[in-house]
Design a protein. Structure first.
Length: 260
């Protein structure tokens, strides 16, 4: 049902995971453990799947917070004011959000993906966690940099104390893109010769390296950056892949929480 990450064993209060396709009741391109309420699946199936997940991670379903993502760079703080809001207000605050940050224990913050890059952040000195959704648009717009900046400005984090994990997502070997992306990343200041590969079959983008470049540029230590090295496209039997299944398909949840 979920994959946990051994790199977090030293941080016993913090749990990181990514759901897989198995263990739920959704059908068709959503089979079986789709946990996203925003991709066209049967709402009752999603509700059941989230309850299954909640039991697995020992958190009540209403404390699993999933934003409505738009491939932007808006970040929402999950604080006491947010948690005291009613469900309608919470839904409004989570609309158009692609990263979440909190220092509140007992809450699971997550992003949904099906080839895009989930990026986990945790600062154990300040007990702050974050998670970001970084497809090519979010990566090019530097959402991980903005997440680090917010952790520094709002929670007194230091980039050198932040640990980061780049989760399961499409690998450079599978991610063929158009020339317009090369231009977009070049104009945004990325080292394009390091993050793009040209083959006889076309141009390929390495989103893992692109996000790693941003993190290093913000002062995150290389020893604090881990990459899951799991490709959602090639491991499509375990992970949802929009490139294989289409947009109307399931999503994994990459979640992080501080145990209370």
């Amino acid at each position: 049902m979920i994959i946990e990450y051994p790199s977090t064993n030293d941080f016993h209060k913090i749990k990181l995971f990514t759901t897989t396709r198995t263990g739920g009741i959704s059908v068709g391109n959503y089979a079986s453990l789709n946990v996203s309420p925003f991709c066209g699946d049967n709402p009752e199936h999603v509700k059941h799947n989230l309850q299954q997940l909640a039991g697995e991670i020992n958190i009540s379903p209403e404390k699993i917070l999933i934003p409505y993502q738009t491939h932007g760079t808006e970040i929402q703080k999950i604080d006491a004011e947010f948690m005291q809001s009613d469900s309608k207000k919470q839904a409004e605050l989570l609309h158009g959000i692609d990263a979440l940050v909190t220092n509140t224990p007992g809450i699971c913050i997550g992003v949904t993906t099906a080839d895009c890059v989930p990026v986990f952040f945790f600062d154990t000195s300040q007990q702050v966690i974050a998670v970001a959704h970084a497809g090519w648009r979010g990566t090019c717009a530097k959402i991980v940099s903005k997440t680090i900046h917010l952790m520094e400005s709002e929670y007194n984090c230091k980039s050198e104390d932040v640990h980061v994990l780049i989760g399961p997502s499409i690998s450079v070997q599978a991610y063929q893109v158009g020339e317009e992306l090369y231009t977009a990343f070049q104009e945004a200041g990325f080292p394009v010769d390091n993050i793009f590969i040209r083959k006889d079959t076309g141009l390929y983008l390495d989103l893992w390296k692109a996000n790693e470049f941003l993190l290093l540029s913000e002062g995150v230590k290389s020893s604090h950056i881990a990459i899951a090295n799991r490709c959602t496209y090639t491991e499509y039997e375990l992970f949802f892949s929009a490139r294989r299944l289409g947009v109307k398909s399931g999503r994994m949840l990459s979640g992080i929480c501080i145990h209370s």
